[in-house]
Design a protein around this ligand. Sequence first.
Ligand code: ATP
Length: 325
Amino acid sequence: MTQIKNIGVFTSGGDAPGMNAAIRAVVRTALYHDMQVTGIRRGYEGMINGDYEFLHRKSVSNIIQRGGTILKSARSEQFKTAEGRKLAHYQLKKHNVDALVAIGGDGTFTGAKALYEEFGIPVIGLPGTIDNDLTGTDYTIGYDTAINTVINAVDKIRDTAESHDRLFIVEVMGRDSGMIALRTGVASGAESVLIPESKDDLVGLFDRLENGRKDKSSRIVIVAEGEQEGGAFHIGNIVKEKFPHIDTRVSILGHIQRGGKPTCMDRVLASRLGYAAVEALKAGRSGEMIGVIHDEIAYTPLEKAIEKSSEINLNLLKIVEILSL
Ligand code: ATP
């Protein structure tokens, strides 16, 4: 057991719904154990610039249901340098922060790992990203909310597609990962899903449009933004050229996918993980990300967690195809 008196908590990288619920859980659990909590605002940028504040029980009242992050988030190029991290360490010492809970994605954990290795500060990472692309957890905080936001939006687009007999190509987030696209493709009854992890998706789509059912009044194609062909507009142009008789439109959902009230699942996940982070630090654990695997709390070394998860269920692609025949 280590004597941690003051836990620093921060959110970093892209914001994700449920980050607030995680901050709340960290604060309330730490206070329960008579530890202090220092909120570090604007991620590593604020860590370097001394943007710190004590968080009390009341500081995290009424935030469990709010999207975004009360601690704000930022990207920091300075922190990627040894000099920047030295400044961050100086500020952490100055504010008597003796352990950290880092909430973010792989970039955030790479930074946290550097702090831990270079200065020996105990660090626990919590997976806060809508992408669900980390190794060591079945789900990341924000993913469930994001996919529900997407299917709500696609349902609306489907109404227009149906009324006008159109094909809609809908681009969803996922620079390197097709997680969001694949799930929402199944859930919205898409014609095809185009993701970075799978090749020849476009050939499959063309085949469907050429040889598939002709009596469909609406078609939805979900494209992950990182798909190799170069994004929804590019794909839209190719489809329009090859199939001029199909009324094709493109819709990019963009940042609406990051916002909004976290779902029940994300709130529960964030609460469990925030609680577990403090318990882990208290028990002397460090350098790990905490996630859930098969509904059990799981600890994964940060260096492993940042390996992008390749466990995409490609069988879902087949299901999309068969169910939309
Ligand atoms: P998301 O998955 O939502 O993009 P993320 O945590 O991966 O979240 P990044 O912007 O990649 O988001 O990283 C957040 C911050 O972590 C960066 O702005 C930077 O300050 C820090 N960081 C990223 N990579 C490194 C690195 N190699 N070394 C040190 N710090 C890093």
